[in-house]
Design a protein around this ligand. Structure first.
Ligand SMILES: [Zn+2]
Length: 380
């Protein structure tokens, strides 16, 4: 289990932006083979799957960790791909989010398989593209394998998460009537309608949840048609919204809320859709998945949650159960497929996507120990 720090360093030293995970993907495939996984393969999207344990058994637990990292921005003191260790922390892009979690799960599975007899199977998915479209890559793996439970290894400071807010991306297009900018009175300016719409939607009433908190609707960009619109009242304006969703919110409900709010503001000429941006995988697949990623809650009496609690207790860590405010691949496993899922991973959420991203070394070794205990409890 002591090689988890070295493995995390190695993974951090291989840049792996979304759609460019090829190098880290082949490195992980080799590592899983070296570590003696019974089955290792790379799927059509480039995600690497490793399975350990007797072939005739079902997969009890699937650990999920994404290989892709967000871009490096700002002035770094540390080399983002150096994997430097300083004062008990490992520095670099992806240390916390989330090559540390991925390395911990790989090391834990191989450790348990080496020292114990697995009676049931355990698997890991090193997934692509999580930073651009949560759940998509894991969905493909879950089409092939049907694990009884899923552990999302995203950073949680090793605190147990049994729920997560979902996420949707919405495009609201407000239609106008084009005209020369010198004669604006001849047209209908969709920018002015957009400003009215934004103000109305800022005060939209959204539901709240005891565990997950409030649903959120926030505009993230706006673009005219045509763009740029020079000397012209544009034909239309499209505003992109990020919508954080709660359990039981459906696409219909979410759209209806917006429609009602706009109608109340006397806006009627608009259209609404969920985003479906085109994305390329490094393997050459062209995909355009809809950004509708449901929220989820896992029952307190599920086996995976109980095993995780027990592991945390044995190590003497906090056993309080919480929720993630951000979206993860759990939206696919739990939100769409109702597979009992927990979130539990090394590193602090606040350190993700930051300048000089880093992770505490002790988080890596503790995560590996906790994962190993969970696997032993359920699979041996
Ligand atoms: Zn992440």
């Amino acid at each position: 289990m002591d090689n988890v720090i070295e493995l995390t360093r190695k993974l951090v030293q291989i840049p792996s932006f979304p759609s460019q995970e090829n190098k880290v993907s082949s490195y992980i495939q080799n590592i899983m083979q070296d570590f003696g996984f019974d089955e290792v393969y790379t799927d059509q999207n480039g995600s690497v799957v490793g399975v350990m344990g007797p072939k005739n058994q079902e997969i009890e637990i699937l650990f999920d960790g994404h290989m892709d990292v967000v871009p490096v921005i700002g002035e770094w003191k540390f080399d983002p791909f150096g994997g430097e260790i300083f004062n008990g922390r490992l520095y670099g892009r992806g240390t916390t989010d989330m090559k540390g979690g991925l390395a911990s799960a790989i090391c834990a599975i191989s450790h348990v398989a080496q020292h114990h007899t697995l009676k049931k199977r355990v698997a890991i998915s090193a997934s692509v593209l999580e930073e651009v479209i949560e759940g998509f890559a894991l969905g493909h793996i879950l089409d092939i394998h049907q694990p009884k439970s899923v552990v999302i290894c995203e950073p949680s400071k090793l605190k147990l998460k049994s729920a997560q807010k979902g996420r949707a991306e919405i495009l609201l297009t407000l239609h106008g009537k084009p005209a020369h900018a010198a004669n604006p009175e001849v047209g209908i300016n969709p920018l002015l309608i957009a400003s009215k719409a934004l103000l109305a939607l800022e005060n939209i009433q959204l539901p709240k949840d005891e565990v997950l908190g409030a649903a959120i609707l926030v505009p993230t960009d706006i673009i005219s048609d045509p763009y740029p619109s020079i000397s012209m009242i544009p034909n239309a304006v499209t505003i992109r919204f990020d919508r954080r969703i709660l359990v039981n919110e459906t696409q219909e409900i979410v759209i209806e809320q917006i429609k009602n709010c706009l109608h109340q503001a006397d806006i009627s000429d608009f259209s609404i859709q969920f985003t479906q941006d085109a994305i390329d995988t490094f393997t050459g697949q062209k995909i355009s998945p809809e950004r509708w990623l449901p929220a989820w809650k896992t029952k307190e009496d599920s086996q995976i949650l109980e095993a995780a609690l027990q592991a945390l207790q044995e190590i003497g860590l906090d056993t309080e159960i919480g929720a993630w405010p951000f979206c993860t691949n759990g939206s696919e496993s739990a939100g769409k497929r109702q597979i009992p899922t927990i979130g539990l991973g090394p590193g602090a959420e606040e350190d993700a996507h930051t300048i000089d991203e880093s992770i505490e070394l002790s988080q890596l070794t503790a995560a590996t120990e906790i994962y190993a205990k969970i696997i032993k409890e359920i699979c041996t």
